[in-house]
Design a protein around this ligand. Structure first.
Ligand code: SF4
Length: 660
């Protein structure tokens, strides 16, 4: 049922940014709900406010892809800002989609994008405002199916109570398979519907798995499939051939986080940074062709009128044709002052030539993310670039007219010492000194220091979050060293850091197990929402919720895990083998580095997991079943890596893993 437009108009007169809630933007797609060809009505939800959600490329890709079909209609839904939510509740107005203004309950499928964990409580607001039971088990076939995808669901367990099924990995192909399967069982009961969906590779239906725990220490003892359709291991999906990029972006009415058209120039990254979840779960690398990208830019310029193009990927300067791409675009559109943004530049593959080409673009700032300030620490995290190269790059940037360089670091990483922390201030001051050579007092350095959170499916998943007091001590060390006042400002340097409590929340939500569902619900009932926004995040509410369920956030966040511990996400396979990650964790402790595996394959497991999918994957990497790979034997024989079982026994002194 459509919401009442006049009632909406009355409400909009009283809330901030009413244009967030009206729909009708240029390039938005409104389809006829009565069209008999339509098999499925899909609501695509970004569980945060319009200004953020409209810049989410993942959801925009699915919106474009589904609406290009004539048998599906897809509409956008965002979470109302608290002022609007209050008015909607007052008026008993349900949550609705922007295109048709139909309430969420009218759709067949609700697809929720979860790129990060701080969005979880907003999913409960979505279900509640839609008038749907919060728990998946309380929703029968009269309710839309609710699914979720995105980076955060690589550990789906904390949200298992609320979501009917998860899609692991890339959604472009799976979403179609899901819609066709749903159509097959459209009149069946919910159990039958979910069993059908569980048969789709990459689909995880949590209610079909039982999780049990060791009484002794509360860790997981087993994750057991309960029905024949439930695979023991859910392997992520990849899209070997990326679909044509979007050109008809919906042009927002209000200022959004990124006012630009974004093109994914490649997917995946093979640099192997050990803290980086995206770098592990988006393997292997697949590049788009130069021709396809240039044609896409031309079409975007005609279809949207955007003044900025974002060339996106996890490491854009690693795209093999980055030079010709930027050069051709800047030349062709030099008369239209088109701004080209390259969000993730890696110092290792960054070149002065690339800088030259970007000269024409607005010189707002240049961003580098070394993540650690000493050579030793960068070896541990496997983001190896020498300090000398970094200073040389700063020279290149300042000498070409940029006045602001942004440097991103993390503190709290495994093996970190105070010397590593203090090196951040030293490096920032060295960079500023270079800037002053060219721009005097107008040169600036912005230093962002976040707190390392060990993420699932990374070599650092065995590490723990550093104690909050320790993080605070290191932040004080930095502020003192920068001579920064409370605001973090010191002459020429702006120093930002995040609140340790925010990192604690990210850690317990990303490393939690199914028992966290009850905690999330309690926190939400106590008012938790918009947890990604400083002004809304309320740590006390979360601590109360944990206490209420006799659970301890520190146990989830700070505890270093044993080598053979069963992780809550162990039945979810991102393609990179757990054994490989463990080996790499040990290599990190020894400060051993790995080169970009496009140069040298380390047999991480991707090629075994996706042996069948040949298109678009570097052919050279086809000959490798991991572990049984003679290379490992050879390394083991040379004592460079020791066999897995020895590692396990050594690290735990008692064996819970059956002898091989
Ligand atoms: S299989 Fe080899 S080349 Fe492929 S992602 Fe893994 S380590 Fe890199």
């Amino acid at each position: 049922m459509r919401i009442d437009d006049r009632q909406l108009d009355r409400i909009l007169a009283a809330v901030q940014k009413p244009a967030r809630y009206v729909g009708g933007e240029f390039n938005s797609v409104v389809k006829d709900w009565a069209d008999p060809k339509i098999l499925a009505k899909v609501a695509l939800v970004f569980p945060d406010v319009y200004d953020l959600g409209m810049s989410n490329l993942g959801l925009a890709i699915l919106y474009d892809l589904l609406n290009k079909r004539n048998d599906v209609l897809a509409e956008r839904v965002y979470i109302p800002w608290p002022d609007m939510e209050a008015r909607m509740r007052e008026a008993r107005m349900p949550l609705y989609a922007l295109e048709s203004r139909r309430q969420l309950g009218d759709f067949d499928l609700i697809g929720v994008s979860l790129p990060y964990e701080q969005l979880y409580t907003n999913v409960l607001t979505m279900l509640d405002l839609a008038g749907m039971p919060l728990l998946s088990v309380d929703r029968n076939e009269s309710y839309p199916l609710v699914c979720a995808g995105g980076n955060a669901v690589f550990n789906p367990e904390p949200m298992a109570d609320f979501i009917d099924f998860f899609v692991m990995g890339e959604g472009e192909d799976v979403i179609i398979e899901v819609i066709l399967a749903m159509h097959e069982v459209v009149h069946a009961d919910r159990e039958t519907q979910l069993r059908r969906l569980a048969r789709i590779p990459g689909v995880y239906v949590p209610r079909f798995y039982a999780v049990s725990y060791y009484e002794a220490d509360g860790t997981i003892s087993n994750i057991e499939p309960l029905v024949e359709e439930a695979e023991a291991n859910i392997v992520k999906r990849i899209t070997p051939l990326m679909p044509p990029p979007i050109t008809r972006f919906v042009v927002p009415f209000v200022d959004v986080v990124f006012n630009r058209a974004s093109i994914e120039i490649q997917r995946g990254c093979t640099r192997g940074c050990r803290f980086c979840q995206a770098g592990m779960v988006f393997r292997p690398v697949r590049e788009r062709s130069l021709a396809e990208l240039l044609e896409t830019v031309d079409r975007i310029m005609t279809d949207t009128g955007h003044e900025e193009i974002g060339l996106l990927s996890l490491s854009s300067s690693d795209y093999s044709k980055i030079g010709p791409l930027v050069q051709t675009i800047s030349k062709k559109y030099s008369d239209r002052a088109l701004n080209i943004s390259l969000p993730s530049l890696r110092i290792e593959s960054f070149s002065a030539e690339l800088l030259e080409m970007l000269q024409g673009s607005r010189k707002s700032s240049f961003t580098f993310a070394p993540e650690a300030a000493t050579d030793r620490m960068r070896q541990v995290i496997n983001k190896y670039i020498s300090t000398e190269d970094m200073l040389q790059t700063a020279e290149e940037v300042y000498s070409r007219g940029w006045r602001l360089i942004k440097l991103y670091f993390m503190i709290g990483q495994p093996t970190e010492t105070d010397e590593d922390v203090l090196a951040i201030t030293k490096l920032a001051k060295q960079v500023l000194a270079i800037g002053r050579k060219y721009h005097g007092g107008r040169a600036k350095v912005r230093v962002g220091v976040s707190t390392f959170v060990p993420k699932p499916h990374t070599p650092f998943q065995w590490a723990g979050l550093a104690p909050l007091d320790e993080i605070r001590r290191r932040q004080v060390l930095l502020r003192r060293e920068f001579g920064a006042r409370g605001s973090g400002r010191a002459r020429g340097i702006i120093f930002d850091w995040n609140e340790p409590e925010e990192s604690l929340m990210e850690a317990f939500l990303s490393r939690g197990d199914r028992r966290l569902g009850a905690v999330i619900r309690s926190a939400w009932e106590k008012g938790a929402k918009f947890d990604a926004w400083n002004e809304w995040y309320r740590p006390a509410v979360w601590h109360e919720a944990f206490a209420e369920h006799n659970l301890d956030p520190a146990w989830y966040a700070h505890r270093v895990r044993l080598a053979d511990e069963i992780f809550p996400w162990d039945h979810i396979h991102a393609g990179v083998e757990k054994r490989w990650l463990l080996m790499d964790w040990y290599a990190a402790e020894k400060g051993e580095t790995k080169v970009d595996c496009r140069e040298h394959c380390y047999h991480c497991g991707i090629l075994t997991a996706f042996k069948g999918l040949r298109a678009n994957i570097p052919p050279a990497a086809w000959e490798c079943p991991p572990i049984r790979n003679p290379r490992w034997q050879e390394l083991a024989e040379r004592g460079e890596v020791i066999g897995l079982t020895e590692v396990v026994k050594e690290s735990m002194g008692r064996s819970r893993v059956p002898e091989e």
